[in-house]
Design a protein around this ligand. Structure first.
Ligand SMILES: [Zn+2]
Ligand SMILES: [Zn+2]
Length: 169
């Protein structure tokens, strides 16, 4: 499946990896990249990588985000090329089918976030409810989104309301 939204499937996979407690074989299998049968050591490497992807969503300063993503690109040795496989229109692939699974996931997620930072950096976000660690790519028309879900938005509104009433005495 080819999604057509900001940062594409690479950014989508980055979001899923950051939001998962550990990066598992199943998480990747469910994704477009045809990777599967990862060893525990490979999953550990990818879980560590997900830890490096997180600040790209949470860091408020654009300059810092750019620096972080450039480091990810440098460390993932992304080698983009245009593919037209399966009769699809030309689109970029960031690593060869022959690269090992970890190398492909690194290249794919780094490139997805790089595209997103160039196209629409304001869409990188993380939930504003304290205690919620969920990150996302905002897809609303104005690109502004404060919470991961209606549930988190409602819970925050309720506690802000209680706080105000307490302050008013
Ligand atoms: Zn493709
Ligand atoms: Zn949340």
């Amino acid at each position: 499946m080819h999604f057509n939204h900001y940062g594409g499937t690479g950014a989508e996979l980055a979001v899923r990896m950051v939001n998962a407690p550990v990066v598992s074989d199943d998480l990747l299998r469910a994704h477009e990249l045809r990777v599967g049968g990862l060893s525990q050591a490979q999953c550990r490497t990818l879980t560590e990588w997900a830890g490096r992807l997180r600040p790209v969503f949470t860091e408020p300063e654009l300059d810092t985000v750019v620096k972080l993503v450039n480091e990810l690109l440098a460390d993932s040795a992304s080698k983009p090329y245009i593919s037209q496989h399966d009769g699809r229109p030309p689109h970029l692939h960031y690593a060869s089918e022959h690269d090992d699974a970890v190398a492909r996931v690194l290249a794919f997620t780094a490139a997805g976030l790089a595209n997103l930072v160039c196209e629409a950096p304001q869409r990188l976000g993380h939930c504003g409810r304290s205690g919620c660690d969920v990150v996302y790519v905002g897809t609303s028309r104005n690109g502004r989104r404060r919470f991961c879900s209606t549930r988190c938005a409602n819970r925050t509104r309720v506690s802000e309301h209680r706080g105000r009433r307490r302050a008013e005495g």
